[in-house]
Design a binder for this molecule. Structure first.
Ligand SMILES: [Zn+2]
Length: 640
């Protein structure tokens, strides 16, 4: 199966076009302002010798600037705004000056430990940062055709090849990402060494002897280094007290269970946290930090396209199935354990403790897309849609300048959209994902065309003859879809239309933990000879309101339902429900009906219901909660 590029697909969609406009016109500029305000960009100015100051932010802060550049490049591909070009250009020049002669670029070491490279690979994200730099370079090259940033990245990548291609098994990064980056760089340069390095990083995983001792050593070294940096900071502030008042933005609020620290320690020592517990062909369950896990799986699936390996594919399929059936929330959110920002055990899905980081949903989107291309199965596109509309989309506020980091399904207090975070990994990740949306709608192979997502758009695909395709879609509010196909010449080909799992709803023998089951999706195939005059396929999905029930093994969910309609999960937000306590109210399930409300939150379909004692209940799409100030929310409701 072949993919299209973002440039090949023009999105015109009543739901997504305004969202993408907010992303391109507001979010990306807001993010740059925040990177400046939090001194993230200044770190590069100091490294380039253009500014005298003290480095700010976490050791991995460079990655947030690179991810912004990646997002800006992807946005620029379809929205070539001079203001964005000028920000990118000045930052690229700065990167060129900050980069060391050997290609190394990691301000934490450059400023605090000059001359030191690759000291603490499991903890300090050096390769992760280089990975996001390289991804930005590839995206910028694809968007502009220019080589300036790409050349910076090639210089860095060549250093990595020199230092890591023939290295020992402990030479892997604790936060996967470099693997995806090297594969993308290989795809634009054709240099086999880059692909080979990605392959070796993946194969080395889980093969560090006595990992617990290894990670203890790294933790000890990291703490010493942290203390050393704190000392440098104290000395600096003594000489420059005017900088003492600077504070990073707030941390994200996550409610943590008992024994969090002990669980983190155990997860770390056993290698789960870093996916270092077993060689990858034995990693059949999602474990550890969920963003890292998603990036690892994405990289493996990308590698399978270049180097097919049946055994590894089976491993990925098992891990994916384990995730969707036992370790995923009904919103598509993954990562139940806030202390590790990652996966808990099977059916361990407390809705209030849910971490479900926005980036974790994004990493899962990337993985599902690669699985679609490798397997041609509809279930991956189904999960993509579900996680896109719910677990991902919730991460950015309606105006593009507020964000959620973790995404619980029940909020009593504390979780509020913020303009920025001390660890701002999610905003630019959202922006680069939205910017790329067009490329996930279609794919093709010889005389087959697939439609994975029903997003209003136009493209042209070569199926032996050039075929123009246009989708008009009422999603997510109604299921009326029209697909216009017009080949240049008479041609026989097949179109595969993903029938969403929400339209099937046949229960598997073993229901999923969440009540949502992407495995029910399938392709409807129409194979025939198509006429150059063109033809319009009309699809009408019913989109009934579904009452999802969690698996009986998920604690605390007995008697509760989650309401979904089409691809959307709904929730109760306190601001809409002044007459009831949203956490204790009993929904009369026979009372539920929908209504299009044009003047609420930009125009949405609301679900109405009544409590068993006749009080009104109003549900809004989960992705829109938290846009009207601080409030309480629940996606699970008691049902009579
Ligand atoms: Zn994040």
């Amino acid at each position: 199966m072949q993919e299209l590029t973002t440039r090949d697909v023009k999105i015109q969609d009543s739901f997504w076009s305004p969202r993408l406009a907010v992303n391109a016109q507001k979010a990306i500029f807001h993010q740059w302002e925040q990177l400046e305000a939090s001194h993230c960009i200044d770190n590069f100015r100091i490294a380039a010798g253009e500014q005298e100051s003290f480095r700010q932010g976490f050791f991995f802060a460079d990655s947030d600037a690179y991810k912004w550049l990646d997002a800006a490049s992807r946005i620029y591909m379809l929205n070539p705004e001079p203001a964005l070009a000028s920000l990118m250009d000045s930052f690229i020049i700065l990167l060129e000056r900050a980069q060391m002669d050997d290609g190394y670029l990691f301000t934490f070491n450059q400023l605090h430990f000059p001359g030191q490279h690759w000291v603490n690979l499991q903890i300090e994200h050096e390769l992760y940062c280089h990975g996001h730099l390289i991804e930005a370079g590839v995206s910028h090259y694809q968007a502009t055709g220019r080589r300036d940033l790409l050349d910076i990245c090639i210089k860095a990548a060549d250093l990595l090849v020199r230092d890591f291609l023939n290295a020992s098994n402990d030479k892997t990064c604790g936060h996967e990402e470099i693997e995806i980056a090297m594969i993308r760089l290989y795809r634009v340069t054709g240099k086999e060494n880059y692909l080979e390095l990605a392959c070796r990083f993946v194969e080395r995983r889980g093969r560090i002897p006595f990992f617990a001792l290894h990670i203890l050593g790294q933790l000890r070294s990291y703490r010493k280094r942290e203390e050393y940096v704190a000392g440098l900071r104290r000395n600096y502030l003594e000489e420059h007290p005017e900088h003492a008042s600077f504070r990073l933005p707030v941390d994200n609020f996550a409610k943590k269970p008992k024994f969090s620290r002990a669980r983190w320690n155990l997860n770390m020592l056993r290698g789960f946290y870093h996916q270092q517990h077993a060689p990858i062909h034995r990693q059949t369950a999602p474990v550890g930090h969920s963003v890292r896990f998603g990036y690892l799986e994405t990289a493996i699936a990308m590698l399978l396209r270049a180097r097919p390996d049946k055994r590894l594919l089976v491993t990925l399929e098992k891990a994916w199935e384990r995730m969707v059936t036992r370790r995923m929330y009904v919103t598509g959110g993954v990562g139940a354990a806030p202390e590790i920002e990652g996966f808990g055990g099977d059916y361990d899905l407390d809705p209030e403790l849910a971490y479900a980081e926005t980036c974790a949903a994004i990493s899962s989107l990337l993985w599902s897309w690669e699985m679609t291309l490798v397997t041609k199965k509809a279930e991956y596109g189904d999960l993509f849609e579900w996680q896109l509309y719910n677990a991902t989309n919730v991460g950015m506020g309606q105006n593009g300048d507020t964000y959620l980091y973790n995404n619980p399904l029940v909020v009593h207090q504390g979780v509020i959209r913020q303009g920025w975070y001390s660890c701002p990994c999610c905003p630019s990740n959202l922006s680069r994902t939205f910017a790329d949306l067009g490329k996930y709608i279609y794919s093709f192979e010889r005389d087959h065309l697939w439609v994975h997502q029903y997003i209003g758009s136009e493209t042209a695909v070569d199926l032996g003859t050039l075929v123009k395709v246009k989708i008009e879609s009422g999603l997510p509010w109604n299921g009326r879809i029209r697909i216009h196909l017009q080949p240049e010449g008479t041609r026989k080909f097949a179109i595969h239309l993903r029938k969403p799992s929400s339209e099937a709803f046949t229960q598997y023998e073993e229901p999923t933990a969440s009540g949502y089951d992407p495995r029910q999706a399938e392709y409807d195939v129409i194979e025939k000879t198509w006429d150059p005059e063109g033809e319009t396929l009309v699809i009408n999905y019913d989109m009934p309101i579904r009452l999802r029930r969690a698996h009986s093994k998920v604690k605390g969910h007995a008697g509760k339902v989650a309401l979904t309609r089409g691809p959307l999960v709904y929730c109760l937000e306190s601001v809409d429900n002044p007459e009831v306590d949203i956490f204790t109210a009993q929904l009369d399930t026979s009372s539920v009906h929908d209504e299009l409300v044009p003047d609420l939150l930009g125009g949405i379909v609301v679900l109405h219901g009544e409590t068993t004692n006749g009080k009104p209940m109003k549900f809004i799409p989960y992705f829109l909660w938290g846009n009207r100030g601080e409030s309480q929310m629940t996606a699970w409701v008691n049902s009579a």
